[in-house]
Ligand binder design. Structure first.
Ligand code: ATP
Length: 293
């Protein structure tokens, strides 16, 4: 049996450069894996086909699930005739801006590559992944990366200095398609300084990173859901270095130098917003070096 962990991500910075003629948006983002994860197992089965069992979430386990779609893709491409039984223990909030589905799909590509000895390299797994979703290539290895194009052009960056995160997911599901569909990509009121943040990462300069946190998708999601601005304000007021919405939202994260500060903020949010799912975690360095390139 193969076990894989599927880690969530946040965006330390997220800029949209333009909307392409094919409808995709060209992005420039700094992605960071965090310590919240789903757990998957993969086992060969007597019965042919792909069998998925899900615990911890009310998600369909049918062919629409990203795990099944990833399994179908890699098993067809790799000409695998055997069957597989997959279990998914879901902990990453769904439709949250944390790439939970993409992380699961990437974990399925890694897990089945191992289980069936297919021998695909990281680059080949990324190429398979981008056919299913723009964040999947990043999720193959995770860590700290600059993500450009539609998400498929990835450049590893130095990890940020150690710190603690408070992560709050309001009780709303936000569709990524809705957010990008309502984004005025040609007239954004600001563009975060992604190049400056990459330089701050290289210097190990936490203030240089937190000062440059910005996400242009807040222009859509924050307007629709005032709780996002409230959570950011609350995190900053209680001592976070800075706070930002992740991806298309509605998850908000705050970066703290001390674990106690992150825990105090988490307790305050649990009291004021009891419907929020709240986590205290850290950055995670990802699975770099696990595969040949
Ligand atoms: P992103 O940050 O990449 O936009 P997200 O966190 O906003 O991702 P996901 O949790 O990845 O959103 O899920 C988006 C949709 O995909 C959900 O509405 C869900 O129905 C569908 N989905 C399919 N498979 C999965 C899966 N394994 N885990 C979570 N969602 C899944």
């Amino acid at each position: 049996m193969i076990k894989e962990k599927a880690y969530a991500k946040i965006n330390l910075g997220l800029d949209v450069l333009k909307r392409r003629a094919d409808g995709y948006h060209e992005v420039k983002m700094i992605m960071q894996t965090i310590g919240i994860c789903d757990n998957l197992t993969f086992e060969k089965s007597e019965a042919p086909g792909i069998h998925l069992e899900i615990a911890g979430a009310d998600l369909p386990a049918d062919g629409n699930n990203l795990v099944c779609r990833a399994a179908t893709l890699i098993m067809e491409t790799g000409k695998v005739a055997e069957g597989v039984h997959i279990t998914l223990q879901k902990r990453i909030p769904i439709a949250a801006g944390m790439a939970g589905g993409s992380a699961d799909a990437a974990a399925a590509l890694r897990g089945l590559n191992n289980l069936f000895g297919l021998g695909y390299s990281t680059r080949e797994l990324r190429e398979l992944g981008v056919r299913l979703g723009a964040d999947i290539p990043y999720c193959i290895e995770g860590g700290t990366m600059l993500s450009e194009g539609i998400g498929e052009i990835l450049t590893p960056l130095p990890a940020p200095p150690d710190c603690h995160l408070v992560v709050a997911k309001p009780d709303l599901d936000v569709s990524t398609a809705y957010v990008y569909g309502n984004l005025k990509a040609d007239s954004l009121p600001f563009h975060p300084d992604i190049d400056g943040m990459a330089k701050a990462l290289a210097r190990g300069d936490l203030a240089g990173i937190t000062d440059r946190m910005g996400n242009v998708l807040e222009t859509v999601t924050e307007k629709a859901y005032p709780v996002i601005a409230q959570l950011k304000g609350q995190m900053r007021d209680l001592g976070a270095e800075n706070a930002l919405m992740s991806g298309s939202g509605p998850t908000v994260f705050g970066i703290c130098k001390e674990k106690e500060t992150a825990e105090e903020i988490a307790a305050a949010i649990r009291e004021k917003e009891p419907a929020c799912a709240v986590f205290v975690t850290t950055f995670y360095e990802g699975m770099k070096g696990a595969y040949g390139s």
